[in-house]
Write a protein that binds this ligand. Structure first.
Ligand code: GAR
Length: 188
């Protein structure tokens, strides 16, 4: 069994979709959810799904290696970032080389980097009158939104679209593709 840890910071719709997708899998299992904001709704979703959810703060991530030890103790194979808004610490990157995957709600390399997350991305895309946006699923390295692209999917933007309606289109793409791309990458 390949064991996944999902890292998330907020609502957790992607964490939920990934967990539901692999619930019946014989080869891939979501072992736990790790979240870094105490009030993140992802914790509630994990509870509903009977998946252990653990909060860790900045010190545990960046100073005393607690998150890395936790991942190692649980014998995690792959780390999935699903709306996780901090840079992955160096010790975790080193322990999981080419084994950390992120999803970004735009067509990288456009609209990526520090501060470009969630709604901020959709606001910038609409403000620039882009005709299309989409999702990028990529390997994680030490820079925000930078590692090797595994997959992209696009959606069209109309004159009527707002940041909210674009976010809804992006969520549909995320739901459709993120679990499948994880599966394909892990099993290839
Ligand atoms: C998702 O749209 C994801 O692509 C984005 O945050 C949202 C989290 O939603 N990630 C980033 O912006 C990373 N830079 P969720 O908590 O409902 O899964």
């Amino acid at each position: 069994m390949i064991k996944l840890a999902i890292l998330a910071s907020g609502n957790g719709t992607n964490a939920q979709q990934i967990s539901e997708y692999f619930a019946a899998s014989n080869s891939i299992k979501v072992d736990c959810v790790i979240y870094n904001r105490k009030d993140a709704f992802v914790a509630e979703r994990a509870k509903q799904l009977n998946i252990p959810a653990h909060y860790f703060g900045r010190k545990a991530f960046y100073e005393d290696g607690e998150v890395l030890r936790f991942l190692q103790q649980r014998e995690i194979d792959w780390v999935i970032l699903a709306g996780f808004l901090w840079l992955v610490p160096q010790d975790i990157l080193a322990a999981f080389p080419d084994r950390i995957i992120n999803i970004h709600p735009a067509l990288l390399p456009n609209y990526g980097g520090a501060g470009m997350y969630g709604h901020h991305v959709h606001e910038a895309v609409i403000a620039n009158h882009e005709k299309e946006s989409g999702i990028t699923i990529h390997m994680v390295d030490k820079q925000y939104d930078h590692g090797r692209t595994l997959f992209q999917a696009k959606c069209q933007i109309t004159e009527e679209d707002t940041p909210d309606s674009l976010a809804a289109k992006i969520h549909l793409l995320e739901k459709e593709y993120f679990p499948q791309v994880i599966e394909r990458t892990l099993l290839s």
